[in-house]
Structure formats: C-alpha cells, structure tokens
Design a protein around this ligand. Structure first.
Ligand code: PRX
Length: 649
C-alpha cells in the first residue's frame, strides 16, 4: 500500500474553488456522471461571458463521431476574449494579468487586465488591417514574451484560428505546419532568449516560408538583433500595433467554432493538428484551472511550461485569464543562471501555485536542496506536475524539499487532445499518493481495457479509455477527420482511446504507466518514433532505422536508435551527424541518446518490425524477449543483443 498524504490543513483552509470538500466532489461526480449534458450546460452558462447563452449541452456522442462530431453548447454565441478580458475590467482592471519574467533574473514586465485588454484590441485592429478575418489561420512562432499571449488573444478576438508552433521546432517543421493549416499570416519575433542564448526565430521563419505564398509576417522586436526583412511581406509589430485603435469590438463566434489548432505527434510521421473549440475548451480550462488548483483571487499562478504546448495554452493563457488570475510567463530555463531560479522567482513574486514537469523536478533534484532552501518559499500552497509519469522519488523531493511538507501536490494527467485536466487531485480535498494522478474529475469516466479488450472492473491494469465526451475534448484533426476517428475511436467502440496505459488500485486511484503506442515522451516533449525514423531515413548513410524509448533518469525517456547502414557508409561520428539531421528536420529538442548499428531489424515474415524486442534490448532486459519464433531471421536478434548500448547509467 503506497503512502497516503492527507491534504495539509493550511491548504484546505480557506478553499474557494468550486469543490471544497470530498463530499462536494462525490456529489458533483454523481451529477456530472448521471447528467453530463445538463451539468456542464449549467457550468457553461454560469462561468462564461456569452453574447447568446446556450440552451443545449451535449448533442451527439461517440457513436456519431464518424459522421457529424458531437457538439457542446452549440447554439451559444460568445467571444473567448470577453470572458478572459472585458468582464474583468471593472472588478480587476488594475490587477496584474500577466507577470512576465525575462531570461535574466529580475527582468520583469507586468500588464494589468486593462493594459492587456488594450494591447489585445490594438493587435486585433492591426491584424484586421493586415487582412486577418474570422476563420483565417494565423501561425504564431514566438518565444515566451507577453506578445505571444497577446497575439493568441488578438486572433481569438477576431475569430481567427491561431496555431502556435513551439519555438524549438525547426524551419522544416514550421513549414509543414504552416502548409497544413493554410496560414496566410505568421507572427514571429526577431529572436527569443533562453538560458543566455539567442533563438533565431525570424531567421528560422524566413527559411520555413521560402517559396510559400504568405501574405504577411508580423515581427515583434524583442532583442533588437539584426534580422532579414522583406519589405513586401514583413511588417514590424512596433510600426503597426501601437498606432492601431485601442478599442475593438470582439467578433461573436459560435460555441463550436474552432479557437485554435495545435499540432502534436502521433504514431505516424505526420503531426496532427488538433482542433479545439471556442466554448467547450474555454469552459474546460476555466473550470479545471479553478477546481484543481483551488485558484484564489490573490493567487500568483505560475505555470512554467512553454506557450507552444497545450499546457501553456490552457494554464498560462486561457485558464488563468478566464478566472481573472495573475499568470506568470517565464522566458528562461530552470537552470539559468543556476538551479535556484524557480525558487528565486517564487520568493520575488510571492508565487502561490507553481506548476511544472517531472523532468524539471528531476533535473533540479540532482542539484540537491541548497539552491531551493536559500529562497523563501513560504507563499507556496499548491505544487503541480504534468506531462509524464512522476516517479515517487521526484514526487517526494518536490513535496518535502520544495514544499517543505506544507503544500499539496497535484499530479495532473491530461493530453493535448483533452484540452485540460482529466485525472488529478483537487488541491484542497484529495489525499495524494506519490506517483498517482489519483481520481477522475467529475464527469470524466475512465475505463481500463485488458489485453482482450474486456472492461476491467475494480483494481487492475490496462489501456486507458474515456467513456463519455466532455466539453474540452478536441473535436477533429484539422483537414483529416478520418484520422481523428481512426486514432481515437477506431480501436474500441464508443470509447475515446488515450494511447496511455494505467493501473487502478484498491482505492480507485489511477497510476498512469505511460504510452502504449508509438509516441515518445522526452523531457515532457511529445514526439513520435515515426517522426524520428523518417528524419533518420532521410540520411544517405541510413538504410533502415527504428527508434524506441528507454527509461532515462532525468528525461523520463531517452531515444534509442537502431540503424542499418547503407553499404559502404562509415560509422565514425555517425551519432552527431544524425542528431544534426534530427535537429534540422524536427527541432532542437529532438536528439538521439543511444545509437546502435545493427545488421538488420527484427522483422516478422510479413515485414513488420517487432518493436517489443527492440524496446527490451534498449531497456537492458535482453533476457525477456518473449517468443521470437515468428521472426523472418531470428539470428539478427543475437547480434542486436550482443551489440546493445548500455543505457543504465
Ligand atoms: O502519456 C501521457 C503523458 O503525456 C501525454 C500527453 O502529452 P501532450 O499531449 O504533449 O500533453 C502534455 C501536457 C498535458 C499523455 O498521453 N502525461 C501527461 N500528464 C501526465 C502524463 N503521464 C503521467 N502522468 C501525468 N500527470
């Protein structure tokens, strides 16, 4: 039986979120479970600022998804920015909305709700002037500057669909995304900064857009570096935005209109653009942000993710702003200038809720407790984690050292596809266990399936599915609804398949065991094995490549590549050449950690690579290979085992 950590008194005292007692949670779970449509309709009507309040909740369901997708609140009309900005102007006009900390410690900017509103209106007017209208796609390729959030909100104000591309992606990845969503306008900045190093965002944008028909590139000047400038296409932010009108009447949108597209990796080489809707997504981020963290009026909420991932969308921008909270945007890294950076910020900004990823916690724990303890962390109340399974040791370090045992830990399980939290402790009420995401939120109905696709009742381990739609669920894959249907609903009838495995214990607590498909989770970055393989196959030196994950102490998973060389190729410094290729084709975050040259890949007689074998060898468990009699050539396994790279250290 794992340790059970009750919620500390100081965390539950003064709770102000929607669910403050365990009884309230059980009642909400019962109501949302028995009448999801009515429950979320009431929440949506009460929580969001509507032009026309909806009269319907859920229409359709998973059974309709192959034809007409299900919808939430379909007859409602609203603009997301009125919930995130306009309605706060009276009560919270002078309250800090965005608290920005730049790459250098103490480089701080704040924007009040009134100031943010004005900036968003100006930017919306400027974008309108550049020809952006409702339904147009705008790609945002920026670093962690307030203008990235302003650009997102300005698009939402116009009813344009934003697609933020993480600033670490390469020119090629950016180009693919611009093409896939059909963007005519791209917003970028001269350079980003991270850990004292510049990130050449404009130069990468120029490379990505070569030969494409793009109307306009709006360029925010951040570092002042010299960058290329095409006067036909490029427009400086500072030449248009400050002069644009500072009021803008938000464009009314239908509840189900797309708010944004966010690309994520799946099990093929082609990233998929998940589409999130206006009302359902906003309700989900707003409600989960307040409920999970017990967000309070005077909280300083710090989610240190990047805006290019779903965590940044939901818990830096939309969730906190919909709640009128003060949200931190952080440009740097946890280790710059040293391992005390996060806690230095906690002390200077009086941060109360802090949300990060297990990989950062593990990297910091490796530096010991001194960098933490030299800073006052007494304002902290809730510590969140997201992105990958957290091991018990890292959990305890976060709890005992960072939180001094006074704070509660919320290990939030969710995905790009889910829009917001799904299985998570609720800060003031859920007793926690190190490494468990605990219990589903009300209305979320997890189902575990065994290896024969049978539903597991009670304790057990299997593939994690969700039995009923919730408002924040992505509705489609941009331009490829068939892929959406196949990926998420093609496996099990009337269930959403998450791609994760999970265990349910005797208390009904969930323990996420990781992906069961070909998706990797490297330092919280989601990448497909197929993306790596198609990058590697582009090398003239590579005849065949297969990529699998292995457990990595800091990154969670490392990347292990098996390479069959082209005849006559030289393996000298091959790993660094192939890493350069991955960087060029995918991005700076795509690196191979272990490389093995093999005479062939283990394939079945029908030519399918048996990844199970490759995973076991990469994990250092060649003794448990299971049945290999179906292989076309079992002798390659011997060579693979003999030449395995030691990944244990
Ligand atoms: O495997 C799960 C893991 O991250 C995947 C989703 O990745 P992405 O769409 O990039 O979103 C990350 C931020 C929500 C999931 O399928 N994951 C996420 N949170 C957790 C997790 N695994 C275990 N525990 C978590 N708390």
């Amino acid at each position: 039986m794992a340790d059970l950590y009750p919620v500390p008194e100081a965390v539950s005292a003064g709770a102000s979120g929607p669910l403050r007692t365990f009884d309230a949670y059980l009642r909400a779970a019962h109501r949302a479970g028995s009448d999801p449509s009515g429950y979320w309709l009431q929440q949506a009507r009460e929580r969001l600022a509507w032009r026309t309040p909806p009269t319907v909740g859920l229409q359709g369901g998973y059974h309709t998804v192959a034809g007409e997708p299900f919808t939430w609140f379909a007859d409602g009309v609203l603009n997301v920015t009125e919930s995130c900005l306009d309605r706060h102007l009276g009560p919270r006009g002078n309250k800090t909305a965005i608290l920005w900390e730049g790459d250098e410690p103490g480089d701080v900017r704040t924007l009040s709700y009134a100031e943010l509103h004005t900036e968003v209106c100006r930017t919306a007017n400027a974008l309108r002037h550049l020809g952006v209208g409702s339904g147009d796609r705008v790609v945002i390729y920026m670093g962690m500057v307030p203008e990235a959030a302003i650009a997102m909100l300005a698009c939402a104000r116009l009813g344009a669909i934003h697609s933020v591309v993480f600033g670490g992606f390469s020119a090629e990845s950016l180009r693919d995304r611009v093409l896939d969503c059909g963007a005519r306008v791209v917003i970028t900045q001269d350079e980003g900064r991270r850990g004292g190093r510049p990130i050449p965002l404009k130069a990468t944008t120029d490379e990505a857009l070569q030969g494409l028909e793009i109307d306009q590139v709006l360029v925010y000047r951040h570092t002042g570096a010299e960058v290329g400038f095409d006067p036909e296409r490029d427009v400086w932010w500072h030449e248009v935005v400050p002069h644009a009108g500072d009021t803008h009447r938000a464009v009314p949108m239908d509840a189900e209109d797309p708010l944004f597209i966010l690309y994520t990796s799946g099990s093929t080489g082609k990233p998929k653009g998940l589409v999130h809707t206006t009302a359902g997504y906003l309700l989900w981020t707003s409600w989960t942000c307040e409920t999970t963290f017990d967000l309070r009026e005077d909280d300083v909420f710090a989610c240190v993710a990047d805006i290019g991932w779903i965590t940044g969308h939901s818990y830096i921008v939309y969730g906190p702003l919909a709640n009128g909270a003060t949200t931190l945007m952080f440009e740097s890294t946890p280790l710059y200038p040293d391992a005390g950076r996060y806690w230095d910020m906690v002390e200077r900004h009086n941060i109360t809720v802090f949300y990060t990823a297990p990989t950062a916690i593990r990297a910091l724990a490796a530096h010991g407790s001194e960098p933490v303890e030299r800073h006052d962390r007494s304002t902290l109340r809730v510590l969140g984690t997201v992105g990958e399974p957290i091991n018990a040791d890292a959990w305890r370090w976060y709890h005992d050292v960072v939180g001094e045992g006074r704070c509660t830990i919320v290990d939030t399980w969710w995905q790009t596809e889910t829009g917001g939290h799904m299985i998570t402790p609720i800060a003031p009420i859920t007793a926690t266990k190190p490494g468990s995401a605990t219990l589903p939120l009300p209305g979320i109905l997890p189902v575990l399936l065994d290896s024969e696709d049978r539903v597991i009742f009670g304790p057990g381990e299997g593939r994690l599915c969700i039995a009923h739609p919730w408002p924040g669920q992505a509705r489609t894959v941009w331009g490829d609804h068939a892929r959406y249907v196949q990926t998420y609903f093609g496996h099990f009838r009337s269930l959403y398949f998450t791609g994760d495995g999970a265990r349910r214990d005797t208390d009904g607590y969930y323990w996420i065991t990781g992906r069961v498909d070909d998706v990797l989770n490297i330092s919280g970055h989601r990448m497909g094995t197929a993306e790596f393989e198609s990058a590697l196959n582009a090398s003239d030196e590579v005849s065949e490549a297969a990529v699998v994950p292995f457990p990595h102490d800091v990154k969670g998973q490392g990347v292990y590549a098996y390479i069959v060389l082209q005849p006559g190729s030289d393996d000298h410094e091959l790993q660094s050449r192939l890493n350069a290729l991955c960087r060029e084709r995918i991005g700076a975050h795509a690196r191979i950690d272990a490389l093995q040259i093999v005479p062939g890949l283990p394939k079945t007689r029908s030519g399918k690579v048996m990844r199970r074998i490759l995973r076991k060898v990469a994990e250092g468990q060649p003794e448990n290979l299971g049945d290999i009699s179906t292989l076309a050539d079992p002798s390659v396994v011997k060579a693979i085992v003999a030449g395995a790279v030691d990944t244990s250290g």
